[in-house]
Write a protein that binds this ligand. Sequence first.
Ligand SMILES: *Cc1c(COP(=O)(O)O)cnc(C)c1O
Length: 428
Amino acid sequence: MNHSLAISGGAPVRSAARHWPAWPQQAPGAREAVADVLSSGRWAISGPYVDRSSWEHRFADAFAEYQDARFCIPTANGTSALITSLEACGVGAGDEVIIPGITWVANASTVLSINAVPVFVDIDPYTLCLDPAAVEAAVTPATRAIVVVHLYSGLADLDALTEIAQRHGIPLIEDCAQAHGARYHDRRVGGFGVAGTFSLQHSKVLTSGEGGVVITDDAGLARQVEHMRADGRTYRRAELRRGQMELVETADVMGSNFCLSEFQSAIALHQLAQLDMQNKRRRENAAMLDERLSALGLRPQRTSEGTTDRTYYCYAVAADHDQLRRAGMAAVAEALSAELNFSVYGVYTPLYRNRLYRPATRRRFRLGADHERRIDTGGISLPACEQAAATYLTLHHAVLLGDQRDIDDIADAFEKVLLHHDELPGRP
Ligand SMILES: *Cc1c(COP(=O)(O)O)cnc(C)c1O
């Protein structure tokens, strides 16, 4: 029998010799900035002052300006940005926090980590972000926050979600770890709720390796986050002399150490200058890919109506042809990966059955039978989350940073797998 697909021994669409665009991509000036930190005598904001503004201040000012936010507090990662934002909103022991059923595990683990209870809520099947009607139905007297995630390249329906949050008096936190630079009604996302959080982890469209950011327009909330990320210390406002500590023990709120290092701040500041250009390139390539894949009967992820500028953390597409569904997305992803020499994945496994969500493996969550019952996910199944898991595929944004030939390769691979679907292994 003559096999065509690369998984069954055929020639791949794209030879391994052709490389995909690299990620991350070093921004001009980043190398010199890192060298500058090395020789500066100050590697962290908790180190003594050296006669000039910290890189962290410079990055925070630049990001606040980019976002048009009043306050910007860099953090160690997106996880700590979420933890400090939730706590600054007053969320704590036993409170319910609404989160989407499909997202990265941090959205559940951060809620658990402050002794609160994640409430998994279904998504819109087209945008893959929180479904406002499902949010409305999930609100209870114990709900203390809603965390909305702009997933992959979709922006959530912020008009509906901000209305629900305001009507119930519940703080809305926007997790923008996958949406740096996206705009809704001409304004950057992250500014629609009481706080916006970002991750600067390696894979994200703005990265310093690890890192995070909280933005807010609320001075009180900003001050709380500042305390919580630096062990209860905040920046000294008065004149500084060389050798003095810039962080002082204000201690209004107890904290943890979630500070971003000077190396990371210096890198993030330079990478930020590339963000709009890279987002634009990804957007243009994604539009070409949308056209090619739609012509094959596939359904690219959509974004909500209020979206002005979409950004792509991943390109997601529903491959809900019967033949492909029968094989299962894992098999289809494997076949595409072999054609492209690039890893294609499904979407995140719904969090309530995700193997990364395992509170029982940590003694700290044994807070009594009632709490254990409330955080148990047994029996939860959300239809749109399950449907998305069964139909969508995702490609990391690096593949959108190239040219038309790259986009053609991706589309050709989909076309080839569709044509030769009979070579896909059956669902186990
Ligand atoms: C990456 C990510 C986070 C966590 O960020 P880290 O910097 O890895 O801690 C949180 N939420 C979403 C949606 C993410 O994609």
